[in-house]
Design a protein around this ligand. Structure first.
Ligand SMILES: [Zn+2]
Length: 263
């Protein structure tokens, strides 16, 4: 079900890891960001859109992780974009075939894989998504995954954060892609902080949508996590341990793995 979070901006939340797909209404149709995960949900979203007379005219993937690279035939054949680095990484990781990736990362049943990762990289340094609708600024950085982009829809006051600023997931570092993953993540948080004053609503890739009053708190929470990881301090983060939300107990394991890798 689509829920409006700002004028002309709607969110569809998945059963899978509370993933958020974002629909932005434009002149001749909608932009669909991180379309969704499960096949029946994607089909339902496509139905909801067509029932309300809206066609998908563009897609965008915030980063090259499988759960952000999916699509469904009923969404149509609009161009699907990502940053140049996102598209190159997706292509590279899928070069051995979709099935190999699905097996390696454990993609669950019910996820349609035929159109996985078929995105076009926008030329490096592109600062906005090419489409006929509200201006969507691309804020590219190197936190979490290569070519990760947050998107700012300034005239709607909406920040699409990709896999950052989550109330359920700790910062998940790109431990293989960069020399200093913690500093890269901190740099990305500074970029988000730089636009926080323009944000009325933000949508994390997974977790709860937040308002203007929460955006700085989520930035601080992510930064606090990274500082304790970097400085070897005891962790006090509500997303890890007994205070984790139901179903998110596994995040503690991610934290343990990050600790070990950075030790
Ligand atoms: Zn991700």
């Amino acid at each position: 079900m689509l829920r409006q979070v700002a004028e002309g901006v709607l969110v569809h939340e998945s059963e899978f890891c509370q993933s958020n797909a974002v629909v932005v209404q434009g002149q001749g149709g909608v932009l669909l960001i991180d379309a969704g995960v499960l096949g029946d949900e994607l089909a339902c979203l496509a139905n909801d859109l067509s029932d309300s007379g809206q066609t998908v005219v563009a897609g965008f993937s915030t980063h090259p992780h499988w759960d952000h690279l999916l699509w469904h035939p009923s969404l149509g054949a609009a161009p699907r974009y990502g940053t140049a680095s996102c598209a190159a990484t997706a292509r590279d990781r899928l070069s051995g075939g979709v099935d190999a990736v699905a097996k390696a990362v454990g993609i669950p049943e019910g996820v349609p894989l035929d159109l996985l990762g078929l995105i076009t990289g926008l030329p490096a340094e592109t600062t906005r998504i090419p489409w006929d609708g509200p201006r969507v600024r691309i804020i590219e950085h190197q936190a979490h995954a290569p070519g990760h982009a947050a998107l700012l829809i300034g005239e709607r006051g909406v920040l699409v954060a990709g896999d950052m600023l989550s109330d359920v997931l700790i910062p998940m570092l790109d431990l293989n892609g960069t020399v200093d993953p913690i500093e890269d993540y901190l740099a990305a948080l500074r970029l988000l902080e730089g636009v926080a004053g323009d944000v009325d609503v933000f949508v994390p890739g997974h977790g709860s949508v937040g308002g203007a009053d929460e955006v700085r708190a989520r930035i601080d929470q992510d930064r606090g996590y990274l500082h304790s990881l970097r400085d070897g301090r005891a962790l006090s983060d509500p997303r890890v341990g007994p205070s984790a939300k139901d179903g998110w107990e596994w995040v503690a394991g991610v934290h343990e793995r990050q600790l070990q890798r950075l030790a």
